[in-house]
Write a protein that binds this ligand. Structure first.
Ligand code: C5P
Length: 362
């Protein structure tokens, strides 16, 4: 098949799939409004019963301090992270056929075992001794390589959702330990919305801190490799110690806004050393009054925070049409107690359509 024909067919299939998801979601929402206790037949997507839909939030690093490299190759961290109301959607559907099938819509992402979601499903099944029977539909909105933790959040949401779909009843602590095997940022997403993460990022201490600020996310047309940024990182003990003092002072005062006013990201220099265009963009935006600007994770997303909704909208307008920016988005901190907003959950155990229950392997 020619590449053009393949792409046309792939695009047509994706659009059809998207349409089916849209229709099914509309049916679910209508039914939930009419009959909140429904356990009748479930709507289906492409002939598959969708049981759980979760919203997986993006994160930003309000501070990110990097210390020395440890013998395992990872660096010691002290980072305050917070989830924001910008989400990927994860649909988990039971199937009759054995295996894990992943389909992605929206922002580009791999749909095989290279995807952290696929690996999360596989890891959980292995941990529980199950042969998985699941189709996963991941609707990506959060760009990859943007420092927003999209892939980690999707993986955590997948562990969280499959734990319910497969009725495993594993505690958050175990899900978090499994998540740590997938990536350093994954455990955070079980304990948000705001937490201090240390070790290589996997030791998570939830913080009872909130902020009402409006945040502008500026997502450049740049995908950054975290591993590469860490490779270029140079540890300056004195600078890190001084920054740690500032961050700890804010935390002691319970002042999340103080962290936003004084962004501290040890990876900035290593990131800008590789992407001079990002440093230029940061400098130009700060000179234009969009300040102070923080860098999330290892980049490439820049963010600025303000108390005023007019101000944040004004900033967004200022950036309109800039060539080097892929997307600009105004967000607020995600303030839900539950880490993943469950858009829909139909309990297969009470339904007569139980065909997709996973099989326990021996
Ligand atoms: O844990 P994760 O797979 O997200 O990390 C990606 C890469 O970032 C690692 O391979 C490592 O090079 C680097 N890293 C690090 N120290 C950390 C976290 C990540 O050096 N604490």
């Amino acid at each position: 098949m020619s590449r053009a024909l393949y792409l046309t067919r792939f695009k047509r299939e994706s659009v059809e799939w998207e349409l089916q998801v849209f229709k099914a979601t509309r049916v679910m929402v209508k039914r939930l409004y009419r009959d909140p206790g429904m356990d009748a037949a479930l709507p289906s997507v492409g002939g598959i019963d969708c049981a759980i839909t979760l919203a997986a939030p993006a994160k930003i690093n309000l501070s990110l301090l990097v210390f020395s490299r440890q013998p395992d190759g990872y660096h010691d961290l002290h980072t305050v992270m917070a989830t924001v109301d910008f989400y990927d959607d994860l649909h988990l559907c039971s199937t009759d056929s054995e295996g894990i099938t992943l389909r992605c819509l929206g922002e580009a992402c791999p749909d095989g075992p290279e995807n952290l979601v696929y690996r999360a499903a596989s890891l959980l099944a292995e941990h529980a001794g199950l042969r998985p029977r699941v189709q996963i539909l991941l609707h990506k909105h959060i760009p990859a390589g943007a420092g927003l933790g999209g892939a980690s959040s999707d993986a955590a949401a997948c562990l969280w959702g499959l734990n319910r779909l497969w009725k495993l009843d594993l505690p958050r602590r175990i899900l978090s330990q499994l998540g740590a095997q997938l990536g350093s940022d994954v455990p955070f997403f079980f304990y948000g919305p705001v937490a201090l993460c240390t070790g290589r990022g996997q030791i998570v201490q939830p913080l009872d801190l909130r902020s009402d600020r409006f945040i502008l996310l500026i997502m450049p047309k740049l995908s950054v490799s975290t591993a590469q940024v860490y490779q270029h990182y140079v540890y300056h003990p004195d600078q890190s110690r001084q920054r740690l003092g500032q961050v700890e002072h804010c935390l002691q005062q319970g002042d999340l806004d103080g962290l936003l006013d004084q962004p501290n990201n040890s990876l900035e220099e290593a990131c800008y050393a590789q992407f001079a265009s990002l440093r230029r963009l940061r400098d130009e935006l700060e000179a234009a009054g969009i300040a102070p600007l923080g860098l999330s994770g290892s980049g490439s997303t820049l963010f600025a925070a303000t108390d005023s909704s007019e101000q944040v909208n004004q900033w967004a307008r200022q950036l309109h049409g800039r060539d080097e920016i892929a997307r600009v988005r105004t967000v607020r901190f995600h303030n839900q107690g539950n880490p993943f907003t469950e858009v829909h959950h139909a309990d297969f155990g009470n339904s007569h359509q139980t065909g997709g229950e996973p099989q326990r392997s021996t």
